[in-house]
Design a protein around this ligand. Structure first.
Ligand SMILES: *Cc1c(COP(=O)(O)O)cnc(C)c1O
Length: 426
């Protein structure tokens, strides 16, 4: 496969954009490849500037559960643009989308829209601190909550590929109020609460982590977190920026039956445009300005184009059987993948329509497990898939996503490519 024009585009980009990319993982550095520049995407595929086609399992990090370029979503966005694309003055579509979010997500009684997941989490944390009048935040190693200062501690996703455990430029003092613990380890949570319980504002986590690859919460873990936060008067925040509208219309909380106090959503909710949100119980959300003392704002927050695309997307997801059908397709595909990879030191972890392939002999339950998987073997395997036109998310610290548009023929092609890539291992 020739990628001459992508390489040229990359050379031009690195002159004026750090690393040539506007978000680090896109550089494909961790898998020893160079970035692919996209020309066009439709349904389950994208075409690069050289005319190569790829079957896409990244889908803009899970955004396109309906596949790229859904006609109805596109039409909704275009219609919104025709009326003006931003006003800094309210529009009715914001309320319409808010109503649908409130109806869909069990914990959300009121919701505020922002422009990115990072902003949603940052604001939810401020709100939790303002509401409880406490300072400490507990998070878990390998969970990613965007790139705000106080959350760049043992974070997953792209941060997992830094040499140090956090980012340069974040003073120690800024993370002193953040405690990061191993995922699935309820005992360590209990110990921390025993010691600092009355100063802890909130526990934040991805209820089903996707940013250390897909890792599942063990039986009793989320229940235990709910219990201990209630006991000490701390808030429980579910970061469902990925799992929201992915693991069901009500996200992981509905699927697993644990209701947090605050929830952040993103990715799918903007229908491919910059939008995210945070929401929760009425009395907590009412602490926000202009009604309450916790300040939060945004020039493009609730942008009508993003709101319209998000609204149309959620409407399409709200049809009966949507998730059932998508998950059945994913489970059949993953079962086939497991057959092909049997006896080769590979574990595939899946829930709903997301999965990660790890080079590991045993099940992975936390960040340490993922770091100990064979990252070099993943890189070699990844590049072989890429050569065959299969675009998986480019690290074992990420998830792959199925869309309704992935065809059986394409999935067969992917299975053949995986078989071929493994047969070429030395
Ligand atoms: C992607 C993601 C974020 C950050 O969202 P951005 O829109 O990239 O700022 C936060 N939390 C989780 C769980 C995410 O997957």
């Amino acid at each position: 496969m020739q990628r001459i024009l992508s390489e040229k585009a990359y050379r031009e980009a690195v002159n004026v954009i750090p690393g040539g990319v506007n978000s680090p993982v896109r550089a494909l550095k961790s898998v020893g490849a160079s970035p692919i520049f996209i020309q066009h995407a439709e349904r389950d595929m994208f075409t690069d500037v050289d005319g190569n086609n790829f079957i896409d399992f990244c889908l803009s990090w899970g955004v396109f559960i309906l596949g790229h370029g859904n006609e109805k979503v596109k039409a909704a966005a275009i219609k919104a643009i025709s009326h003006g694309s931003s006003f800094g003055i309210p529009t009715e579509v914001e309320t319409e989308l808010a109503e649908l979010v409130v109806k869909s997500v069990p914990s959300i009684e009121k919701v505020r829209f922002v422009s990115s997941g990072t902003e949603a989490v940052m604001s939810a944390i401020r709100l939790a601190r303002g509401y409880t009048n406490r300072k400490i935040i507990v998070k878990f190693d390998g969970c990613y909550h965007g790139h705000s200062d106080s959350l760049l501690v043992a974070a997953g996703s792209g941060v997992a590929q830094l040499k140090q455990s956090s980012s340069a430029g974040v003073p120690e003092e800024f993370t002193q109020l953040t405690i990061s613990l191993p995922f699935n380890d309820l005992d360590s949570v209990k110990k921390i609460f025993f010691e600092y319980g009355k100063s802890i504002a909130a526990i934040i986590l991805e209820p089903v982590p996707a940013n250390m690859g897909v890792v599942l919460p063990q039986a009793g873990f989320l229940e235990g977190l709910r219990e201990i936060t209630l006991q000490y008067g701390a808030l429980l925040i579910f970061d469902e920026v990925i799992s929201g509208f992915r693991l069901g219309i009500g996200g992981a909380q509905e699927r697993l039956g644990i209701i947090p106090d605050l929830t952040t959503i993103g990715k799918i909710v903007g229908g491919g445009f910059p939008a995210a949100a945070f929401g929760g119980k009425r009395d907590i959300m009412d602490q926000l300005a202009p009604d309450g003392p916790v300040y939060q704002a945004g020039t493009l927050s609730g942008n009508p184009v993003a709101m319209s695309a998000g609204l149309q997307t959620l409407k399409l997801l709200s049809t009966s059987d949507f998730y059932q059908d998508l998950e059945r397709k994913t489970s059949i595909f993953v079962a086939r993948l497991r057959e092909i990879t049997k006896g080769k030191g590979i574990i595939i972890q899946q829930i709903g329509s997301m999965f990660t392939l790890f080079f590991s002999e045993k099940e992975l339950t936390n960040y340490e497990d993922v770091k100990q998987s064979d990252l070099n073997r993943f890189s070699v395997f990844y590049r072989k898939l890429l050569e065959q036109g299969v675009y998986f998310s480019p690290s074992p610290f990420e998830a792959n996503f199925m869309s309704v548009t992935h065809t059986e023929a394409h999935l067969e092609q992917v299975l053949k490519s995986v078989e071929k890539a493994l047969s070429q291992e030395s």
